[in-house]
Design a protein around this ligand. Sequence first.
Ligand code: URP
Length: 392
Amino acid sequence: MASRLLLGLNCGKPLESVLLPELAEALSSKHNFDLQAFSFKADREVLREPRVVRVGLIQNSIALPTEKPISDQKRGIFQKLKPIIDAAGASGVNILCLQEAWMMPFAFCTREKRWCEFAEPVDGESTRFLQEFARKYNMVIVSSILERDLNHGETLWNTAVIIGNHGNIIGKHRKNHIPRVGDFNESTYYMEGNTGHPVFETAYGKIAVNICYGRHHPLNWLAFGLNGAEIVFNPSATVGELSEPMWPIEARNAAIANSYFVGSINRVGTELFPNPFTSGDGKPQHKDFGHFYGSSYFSAPDASCTPSLSRYKDGLLISDMDLNLCRQLKDKWGFRMTARYELYADLLNRYVKPDFEPQVMLTGHCSVMYCLLSASKYAYRLQGSRLTFERQ
Ligand SMILES: NC(=O)NCCC(=O)O
């Protein structure tokens, strides 16, 4: 019963696990990373063949202490990821996504500008590192980096680069929503993205990327769905104290509401920085953000989801998913058909204007109050939803 609620049912059954090649298992034992694989099925259709793609998510801790030279730290992460990506390749993964800013410690919240040196152009060394794997394994790779935009005054962005299965760069998406919560105040580092909600048509399906804090924004999820995404990745960096109770709910809910699959990834470990920083909350200064709790997982449009990877260990989570499930769930629940986009559009149009007044109707209770007030010594004035009183 508990598992039915926690993981749901896929086509009426518990999710099945999948056997992986020995090579992948051997890499996971040798390099000590968690490896799990599952399969989301869809019903057989008469006119369409199943569209099964194999998707992978990688979560990892950093490789070297943050005091080490920046280039060593970055190379250390490359070395650490190599066997995990090889395991994905050996398992026949078609689309692989790494965690947010995978090529660096999660330094944004220190607000120290020294970490800007990790930034790279879209076609920089991290992309080149991954392009080789993309070619070797015929794999699409989603790589979330700190981007330095050389064509626009060297500004910084939090960007997901989409590398095609031939090693080509299909495009990029820049994080839309920047957190300003607790230690996660990343606004001193990069600006709100300017790429909208692109969906990338890859060899294996239509994918999009909702970077980290964007997962708290239902309209951000919706926009990727409206543009036709079948799989949305959510590469993240978040810690236990801040968000762990929300983690298993938000992406799963987005998958249900938007009839697509979601792959959620969070980094693992505690990252210590050389200088203490504060969170502006009156608590003592500290040198870490807390524990990045991993727990990466997949969610499907039928409300089923995989178990999560470890809270502590590096890991590769693989899942087969029949993308036909997206349309089957659209047909079943009709969320797209029953949504009232014209009503939402109208409200949002009015809401973004400075003179917006909330549409609040007076309850019966209030009307009685107004009658009493009218008979009293007070004059009242209703402006929009604001009620003011004045003694007569
Ligand atoms: N990287 C990032 O956006 N973190 C914010 C924390 C959260 O959304 O849980």
